[in-house]
Design a protein around this ligand. Structure first.
Ligand SMILES: Cc1ncc(COP(=O)(O)O)c(C=O)c1O
Length: 505
């Protein structure tokens, strides 16, 4: 295998002999771990060409390194990094500063709070609400389209920060048909997932100290995008119908609200659909107060019962809605393709910001996706997934009911990828989630979505990612983990509410 040329600085004006300099540079690479035990070093002819010294100089440097124990040389096979470097040599090299510096020599600002993730065992069943079944992604069609896109050398050039025109047109057609939005590509910006869309919207909307209202419970990644732009976040409560618009209205009497992040189709995490009355009230309020509504429609394609509700953006004469969508749920999160639909002036402003955030998207992927949309491949996949996910939703709901009875209360949602379940107050849901992880099943405790991070008697259980029999096994493991989370499990007293016990384990 051809390897990289080593950086081996040799300074002929230095007082130290060139042989010693070369030996010192190679031993530094070995001591720092950049050259690994047993690794073959370049032949003397090659190295003399790389370093531009006489071949005899290299031979002499290798001989010095061999004498010290850094390398082993064999006339027929070549020169190799020694497998056993004497400890004394290592520490001498370390003292000379040959090891990489690991701590920064300057202050860095605190970042967003790190996400606490429970450790997952390799075979764990993930009942997470955020990821589709990756085994069903039309990979062969995607690979073919990607290869075709890659065959055009021009696609490897710099591109427009708003995204490939063909993809914008295809997404425009999709949103025109399915969401009732204006299909004009000038109103569309392609991003790397919703996350970049939220980041750009935050940059365009927020001046440091501006107030941004967010749903609580809600989506932490959106909160952090607005926080990073200097926003002061104010939580607005949600109930079983989604955002409490009356609470937002009360807030506007005390604070000037710049923007609102909202998931009206399937509220994240509770799955509630914002009813028509609240939608109208919200649009009116936003128009009167000049509030930008960032409408995050992350899983709008997955609606199973009745007609899907059109987004706020489809009924927005005042131009207050910035609509954000993604292919992370429709296809796969790793594609990193999302989009913003907004007035053309807003799209241009976001594109200007985007130029200095990551320049442009993945042009090859964008072109490939455009082809899959034009050919109807994505539409067909959505149809297939809708059927599969509706059956999975029903299977999970039946299994949870059968297993936990009244101990878990939930409504079967008309769409989305997860069930939102309430527990009896004597269940420590965070403990349950941790115990479940140990038993090889992952679900999301309510605290993950809480603005204050405090425990909630609620959990989100996803159904899209796993097949029906896997879901059933997941519920069985959840039930087995539950006793560890009941009040009394720690004190040895019986649980105060027998209803919190699983019916069967
Ligand atoms: C509320 C919400 N918005 C957006 C996304 C998608 O994010 P992205 O498109 O960056 O993958 C998710 C994924 O979990 C989500 O839950």
């Amino acid at each position: 295998m051809r390897t990289w040329d080593l950086a081996l600085p040799v300074d002929r004006d230095d007082a130290a002999p060139v042989v010693a300099q070369l030996a010192q540079a190679i031993s530094s690479h070995i001591a720092a771990g950049r050259l690994r035990p047993g690794e073959r070093l370049p032949g003397s002819r090659d190295l003399s060409r790389i370093v531009r010294v006489h071949r005899n100089t290299v031979v002499a440097a290798y001989a010095e390194l061999a004498a010290e124990g850094w390398v082993d040389t064999s006339p027929s096979r070549g020169t190799f990094v020694s497998r056993e470097i004497p400890a004394a040599l290592r520490s001498r090299a370390a003292a000379r500063g040959a090891h990489a510096v690991r701590a920064p020599g300057y202050p860095i600002e605190p970042g967003p709070a790190p996400r606490a993730r429970l450790p997952r065992s390799p075979g764990a069943l993930v009942l997470g609400g955020g990821v589709p079944d990756l085994r069903l992604v039309p990979i062969a069609a995607l690979a073919r389209a990607y290869r075709r896109a890659l065959r055009r050398p021009a696609i490897l050039d710099y591109g427009e920060p708003a995204g490939e025109e063909r993809l914008r047109a295809a997404i425009g057609a999709m949103l025109g048909s399915t969401r009732g939005l204006d299909p004009d590509p000038a109103r569309l910006l392609v991003t790397r997932g919703s996350q970049l869309a939220l980041t750009l919207a935050a940059r365009a909307l927020v001046r440091p100290g501006d107030v941004v209202a967010v749903e609580a419970l809600g989506y932490r990644s959106a909160w952090e995008a607005f926080r990073a732009a200097g926003a002061r976040l104010v939580p607005v409560p949600v109930d079983e119908s989604g955002l409490r618009v009356d609470a937002l209205e009360a807030l506007t009497r005390r604070e000037k609200i710049r923007a609102l992040h909202l998931t009206p189709h399937h509220q994240y995490p509770t799955t509630a659909t914002l009813p028509a009355g609240r939608r109208l009230a919200l649009l009116r309020l936003a128009a009167a107060e000049r509030i930008a509504i960032v409408e995050d429609d992350y899983d709008g394609d997955f609606h199973y019962d009745g007609r899907p509700v059109l987004p706020l953006a489809s009924n927005d004469p005042a131009g207050v809605v910035i609509y954000v969508g993604t292919f992370s749920k429709v296809l796969a999160p790793a594609l990193r393709v999302g989009y913003v639909h907004a007035p053309a002036e807003v799209v241009s402003r976001l594109a200007e910001h985007r130029r200095y955030v990551d320049g442009q998207g993945d042009r090859v992927m964008e072109l490939a996706l455009a082809e899959l949309l034009e050919d109807g491949e994505v539409q067909q996949h959505v149809w297939r997934m809708r059927r599969a996910y509706a059956a999975r939703r029903d299977a999970l709901a039946a299994e949870l009911r059968e297993t936990f009875g009244d101990a878990l209360r939930f409504e079967v949602p008309a769409g989305g990828m997860a069930l939102w379940c309430l527990t009896a107050p004597d269940v420590d849901v965070d403990r349950w989630a941790a115990a479940a992880c140990e038993r090889g099943v992952v679900f999301e405790p309510g605290s993950e979505f809480a603005f204050d991070g405090a425990p909630r008697a609620a959990l989100r259980v996803g159904f899209a990612r796993l097949a029906e029999q896997e879901l059933r096994e997941g519920v069985r493991r959840m039930a087995a983990a539950l006793p560890a989370a009941l009040a009394g499990a720690r004190s040895g007293r019986p649980a105060s509410r027998p209803t919190a016990r699983p019916r069967r384990t």
